[in-house]
Design a protein around this ligand. Sequence first.
Ligand code: FE2
Length: 595
Amino acid sequence: MKISNTIKSGVVVAFLSAGMLSASAQEINLNQDNYTVPSWTRLTRLMAEMQSASQPYSINMTLNGDPTTRMAFAWFTNNSVKTGKVQIVMKADATVDDFNNPNITIDAVSADVKDLNYVTSKNGVEGIEANTKRSYTSHKALATDLKPGTTYSFRVGNEQGWSEIGHFTTASESYDKKEGFSFIYITDTQAQNDEMFDVSQKTAHAAQKMVPDAKFVLVNGDLVETSGSNNSEWEYEQWFSTMQDIWMNYPLVVAQGNHDTSSNSNFSWHFNTDNTFNTTSAVPTTMEGTVYSFVQGDALFMVINYEDYKKEGYFDALADWMRKQVEEHKDVKWRIATFHKNMFTGSKSHQSDSDGRLVREHMLPVFNELHIDVALQGHDHIYEVIGPVNNLTKTLVDGAVEEVETVVSGGVRENMTGKQGGVFNVNEGTLYFLNNSAGKKKYEPRDEQAMIDAYADHGVDNYWGLFSGKFGQTGEPTFSDVTVTADTIFVSTYTVNDGGTATLFDSFKIIKENGSTTNVSKAETSPVRIYNDSDNKQIVIKGVEPESVEVYSSNGSLAGRYTGTTIATNAMGSGLYIVKAIKGNKSYYGKVIVE
Ligand SMILES: [Fe+2]
């Protein structure tokens, strides 16, 4: 049965209520193309509500360990269903009949999940009373010993009711280093009502269309909006149901965000990720399965959860775990850390955050020690290409940025730096990247002055100078197509408009090569020193003849404007000052203490 695209959401109830959703006898085609937004969201909600008491929902696959041989599954049922299994057929196009004799059957570990909050007053869902609770069964199963490079069909459930048929392909052992592999990176879908879920599902569907061969979809946290003890399971249900067709065919790699933090652990009940960190670490995470790693092709991915930063010893536990992952895979070329809460970022909403600063101060030495190449971030809902950063000095690595184009004069919301594109050599530093958000919520980028003004909060000398590529607010939700080869990581980011059309916003490359190559970068390596010569009571600028010099106090206020290469300090009060020496379109920063 295929639902006609002429059906209006109002008549779906009558049309579908005659048991058409029961079990495997009927085929419901949930192809998004059949619907206009927002009826897609409303329709799936109606379907979810009408599901028979035994039908699986919120179904997903996750990478869990070696993707050449393993695939993990998780789903919910109503609480009356107490068991579940995954059936797997070694065929790309299996039909329901093939599941009469599946190649693999795995019994799920099924657990009661009692009294989750369903909706809150914030959701404003019509027809469902706020602050109601519902109980579920969470089912999880892990397939191991699969054949590498093989496409399988699967379904989940039990004889009381099966899901539709999904598909996955294990990673190949004969990986093509030149061609590499692609994945989709989205973050902060963060929805709480129909309109917001329509935005995030549109982004994800546009990504799926653009990158149909993606090996997985990386979601960097804040899947939903409400958090804490009164979070809403309805939001997770919508997250899965509005994108269920994707999650039946693409494994997820999920990181926990602050909005996923909940004493009800909905996030952990929904995903079957590797929980070894918690069984081996001295300081486990509060939510299970939120720190894990895997190797795909030439890349080691480390999914990190910073939400437990307040626990004593937690950063050390993370560092030990990261050392172990790198040690076990030290020959893998790329080291990619992916996490929700930013280590470097530039919006008015989060650049000054004290928790972000704490994470930065604790984890930068670890990133330096382990030579982390790329950090994929979330949380700040803006687009930013930062670095490569020398993690010890918190400065841009000399000569590591090439081929960045200057396209506008900068200072505009969409492009504060005026730059785009670029080739970033991460040989001596980490590139920190955030692709905005896949949801509706957006934040505003800071300009250079605002970053100086916020120095006391963030403590980074020349924060603005770290923004080496495009930096701004896309205005629309985004996704990235990331392709990893043995030589290069290609990152292309697209905005998605109301109609679901994707438009390229920025595209850059990451390389890892010894030495810098361009004339531009050599010119940038001239040593500029700014220091306090206390014997002669003056600040000295060496290595550049500035046209003007600005001195800021540590709270960001402008203390004075000067010319020349020395500035008398006898009229200054004691304290910390940021000195900005300006020549042409370049600025050089120094931090001095006047006693
Ligand atoms: Fe967040």
